[in-house]
Design a protein around this ligand. Sequence first.
Ligand code: GLA
Length: 692
Amino acid sequence: MNQLDDEHIRPVRIDALAFGGDYNPDQWPEETWHEDIRLMKEAGITMVSLPIFSWPQLEPEPGVYDWGWLDRILDLLHEAGIRIDLATATATPPSWLLRAHPEMAPWDSEGHRLEFGSRQTYCPSSPVWRENVARMTRAMAERYGEHPGLAMWHISNEYGDHVSRCWCPVTAEHFRRWLQDRYGDLDGLNEAWGVNVWGQRYTSWNHIETPRKAPGPVNPTQLLDFERFSSDAMLELFRIEIDVLREITPDIAVTTNFMSMFRDLDYWDFAAVEDVVTDDAYPEPADPTSHVGAALNYGLMRSLKGGRPWLLLESSASATSWRDVNVPKAPGKIRVESLQAVAHGSDAVMFFQWRQAKYGQEKFHSSMLGHRGEKSRSFQETKALGNELKRLEPVRGTRVRSRVALVIDWDSWWGSSAIESLPSQRLQWAQQARAWHRALYALGHPVDTVRATGPFEKYDVVVVPNLYIAETPQAEALRAFVESGGHLVVGPFSGVVDATEKVHDGGAPGPLRDILGVEIDEQWPIADGLAERLAYGGDSLEVLHWAEWIEADADVEVRGAYATGVLDGLPAVTRRTVGAGSAWYVSAILQPEGMLTMFRDVLRACGLPARDDVNVDAEAVTRADDTTDYTFLLNHGASSVAFTLPAPGVDLLTGADSAGVVELGAYGVAVVASPRAASVPFVTINPVKETA
Ligand code: GLA
């Protein structure tokens, strides 16, 4: 893997916070471009992304290029001082390419070939597609690599958005080669896949298929390997473009835009080969707490490259058009949501898209410049935001301070969700991760994310909502963290199997056993509609869906015990002192209130503060450089909130001094600059007051 160190990371060529959006000038007559540029300048736009879906307009026939229109608009943008996030235009193939090579179309799991007429009609493994992608990327790099407006390369677009898995014969061939690389010979594969169960021994590589509909549950390791393979196949495609760009433009940053916490691609691997992380974020406007999920998504984005700033490359100015019901954003929401991304380490606020489409699939998707033009609310609100962002210039390049990290491990995500035969389908990896994050968020902590092998040194507390697949290197890294004074909290159904899905000798938690000091005798799912209780301190917490029969070592402290049902009296939440730190095990799925009770106890026992008053609308995140803390206070709700800061400072947005208590009305934001404090500033809140 091409792990980049600091020296090799190419900077994005922009000297301001990036503000702008996707720009599709080829959907408009050239007269409109001049109006675009005028309004972009008025709105404070500093960067736009193009020409993402324009391959057919750039190469209308094989080998015949039409660069003229792109030359002209790039020059206009550059003259206006607007930087360019230049797409390689490989997000979707031209029809002539697909018609000449029908075998490059993707197939779904039922064996249907997907037809032209939308976008991304390609199989990620297709050699024809890969050759043509390399050719187009080369043509773009040769033509525009020295364009003075070029800020960075935007490779493809949202890999896997529509097609992340393919079941065509070309993919099956590729899957076999991937398996050969992984296992060497058929004996290795047969051993890894545990084929003696249900008589699946393979005697020829050609007998192996991508996992399809079969008479019954499919081999779990075959399913897991297909997930790994499919992520790797897309990564190979990404690297083909990166290699071309590095050859021709070795100093220009490359990126591909992610889709927040996206199950299908292991973003740790993708981020390792690019220069800057970029993300597309679409919190559901109809969900009043969607900002909580966004906080975890952004925690992932900043962590993918060790805390470096990332760029919010797409978001919506108001409604999307791809949900069943597309609810617009209330006035003020665009601002608070955008500044939330900045709070979490983004050096950009960008939208899909600049000008609202007149036709096509996305004409009802909001844009910065709505159908009403300059008068549109989205233009007025984004313009105000663009101009306000200039005041936040001091935060550019700073990093988020966090004491808590959450382990995200794609192998465990896939392993525990691709498989049909599990103790229960109710323990969902992503739901668990989100529920654990939500509690930490509500208790006042911004949460970074980290791989299961670390690095953990920056953190006081590392939580592992689920590590179904655990191997020795992960256990060793976690043990070293705890021994040196860290605090580890591990969730249910962790340490169950190895990387080939074989249950660890002695059962769960496998290699984590000697850190946690517990053994799981049996997983104990709870039937739908039933609940158990757990006694925690003086509280009684509800347990739904999942419990475990635990036996704990003598040196393990029981913090919470089952209080009902067959498990009554058995440990449920345990804590053990290990070296200078502690290791906790949580065996049950707790409900939101119970999560708060438990994590408040965990945080305080680990020496970290936790809010008494909880209001998920009130968020505080600090970005800092060596001398200054910039504490973002965000009110995501419609009622006012009073935040109490540990130190006074000056609000960058208003210039006002804040004495330590900042009251914010509906969707209010303050960014308080104060001298860098020794420990991460912890902001408390007072109970919500009614808006007058
Ligand atoms: C994605 C794509 C964009 C657009 C938006 C609409 O993020 O990258 O091209 O389709 O969705 O929300």
